[in-house]
Design a protein around this ligand. Structure first.
Ligand code: PLP
Length: 224
């Protein structure tokens, strides 16, 4: 399966009208597909698996900005800390601490998004509203000098129910607006929400960054 070039340009146009950034989600896809999109000008790629991300980063162009968008285990942070551009799924303070520690070792400040649980499903990771609020007001984040909290990330329910999705995105946007007040220096500027099936709605609800895979690369095959 190659890259859908027409779809890529049409999505880019749509996003540009709203100043929304595109992360091309390339998990399970071969290097050739990423290279093809890179050759069209795409720099930001999202991956979910640490080993796959490390392998791809070693063989693909060095100026690619790698976004880790999956569930990250603390013991694996060290493998991506030297080069990762942004970690989207920071879903606990323990993970934040570990990213800070590995960032210090690498002498880097690592950009992170706090993941918020907005879906009705139990299986999705993230802070709930009260724990996010508590962390932001605690002052503890200031001690993590090797991470920079750039915003929030969330995944809506796996559902076709537009009213439900709309409500979940609105909830995340309201947390984003609340949290932004805790970062008066302007660093808190990223709201990562929206995927292939729901990105238009996410943009209407205030997303600044969408993570799109299958629309660009075709459906994923996990059997290989
Ligand atoms: C796989 C994935 C995406 C992209 O999903 P598509 O439906 O293929 O666009 C976006 N965000 C996360 C966190 C993912 O795991």
């Amino acid at each position: 399966m190659a890259v859908n070039t027409e779809q890529y340009y049409s999505i880019l146009n749509e996003l540009a009208a709203h100043q929304v950034q595109l992360i091309a989600v390339s998990k399970t896809k071969p290097n050739e597909d990423l290279q093809a999109l890179y050759d069209l000008g795409q720099i930001d790629f999202g991956e979910n698996y640490v080993q796959e991300l490390v392998d791809k980063s070693q063989s693909l162009p060095k100026d690619i900005r790698w976004h880790f968008i999956g569930h990250l285990q603390s013991n694996k942070v060290k493998y991506i800390a030297p080069f990762v551009y942004m970690i989207h799924g920071v879903d606990s303070e323990k993970l934040l601490q570990e990213i800070n520690k590995q960032g210090a070792k690498q002498n880097r400040i690592i950009d992170c998004l706090l993941q918020v649980h907005i879906a009705s499903e139990e299986t999705k990771f993230g802070f709930d509203g009260p724990s996010l609020h508590e962390l932001l007001l605690s002052g503890r984040i200031e001690a993590y000098t090797n991470v920079r909290i750039r915003g929030l990330m969330g995944m809506a329910s796996f559902s076709e129910d537009q009213a439900l999705l709309s409500q979940e995105f609105s909830t995340l946007k309201s947390y984003f607006d609340m949290a932004q007040k805790a970062f008066p220096n302007g660093q808190f500027d990223t709201l990562s929400m929206g995927m292939s099936s729901d990105y238009a709605l996410a943009i209407a609800k205030g997303s600044t960054m969408v993570r799109i895979g299958s629309l660009l690369f075709g459906a994923r095959n996990y059997s290989k």
